[in-house]
Design a protein around this ligand. Structure first.
Ligand code: ZN
Length: 284
């Protein structure tokens, strides 16, 4: 779940207008947390000769599809954001305006938190991507902390020059609404160079998630599973191809039953990994 949606009239903003200069605070982000591929995550062949990852033609080694690629994974919110409201509520520049550093996220009626769902899918996704040879840059490394702020998450991806980045969320929508939505950026000067590939990635993410999870496209948000948003730091500040997925509606009983299941979480991670692999390996 994210900040409240913009007014309906603002949902489809036309391509912008002005380049918005970010304040100095935006660049004062902590050092990026870069996760090295986990030991043993690769195939035996890859582990036997790590140099193979940078030598596509190396003989005797199976070339992994994402060798040499860097992927950003942002599991939204954090498990203890509730414990530090002063920090979480402090205002950050989101590229177009001021907003909260972060939020607690939503939860199911049964109390299963969005932060935990996001973490489970994000960590499964990171493992899947590493198994395909990618280096993964995560914005957090467990579900027991506070933050980082949403602008910092974008800066982590920018600094690491990731090839593509995805943010994982689940929504807190109307109880009678079902399904998932992919939130796309809207050009603002900061992200403009990444808009076209972001839209290409977003469409792939929509298609792979629908095919791979059985979760329907949202009945209450976006158009055909896609929704441009100009009020979110991740969309506004990320300079690399980027999309955010609301994997389902935690306030809907049918969606919630799926979202809390480990099987669905694994499928969601695999579907997102398939979209990333398609984006990074397929010609247009
Ligand atoms: Zn969220």
């Amino acid at each position: 779940m994210l900040a409240p949606h913009p007014l309906p009239t603002q949902r489809r903003p036309s391509p912008p207008a002005a380049v918005v200069a970010a304040p100095a605070a935006v660049v004062a982000a902590p050092a990026a947390v870069v996760a090295a591929p986990a030991a043993g995550a690769g195939t035996p062949a890859a582990n036997a000769d790590p140099a193979a990852k940078t030598k596509p033609g190396a003989k005797g080694n199976r070339q992994l599809p994402l060798a040499g690629k860097v992927v950003g994974v942002d599991p939204g919110h954090n498990g203890r954001n509730w414990s530090d409201p002063a920090y979480i509520d402090h205002q950050i520049w989101n590229g177009r305006g001021w907003g909260d550093c972060n939020t607690t996220g939503t939860q199911t009626d049964g109390g299963y938190t969005e932060a935990l769902f996001n973490w489970n899918v994000g960590s499964d996704l990171a493992a899947d991507l590493r198994a395909e040879g990618a280096r993964v840059v995560l914005t957090r490394h467990n579900n027991d902390g506070v933050g980082p702020c949403v602008n910092t998450r974008a800066q982590i991806f920018n600094r690491a020059h990731v090839d593509v980045a995805v943010a994982i969320h689940a929504d807190g929508g109307p109880a009678d609404g079902r399904g998932f939505t992919v939130l796309e950026p809207v050009a603002d000067g900061i992200n403009t160079a990444a808009i076209r590939p972001s839209y290409r990635f977003a469409a792939m993410l929509r298609d792979e998630f629908r095919a791979g999870t059985g979760m329907p496209i949202s009945t209450y948000d976006g158009v055909d599973g896609l929704e441009p948003r100009d009020d979110l730091a991740g969309e506004n500040l990320t300079k690399v191809p980027y999309a955010l997925i609301e994997c389902g509606n935690m306030r809907n009983a049918t969606d919630a039953a799926l979202l809390v299941s480990a099987t669905f979480q694994r499928r969601a991670a695999r579907a997102i990994a398939a979209a990333i692999t398609a984006f990074l390996t397929r010609r247009r």
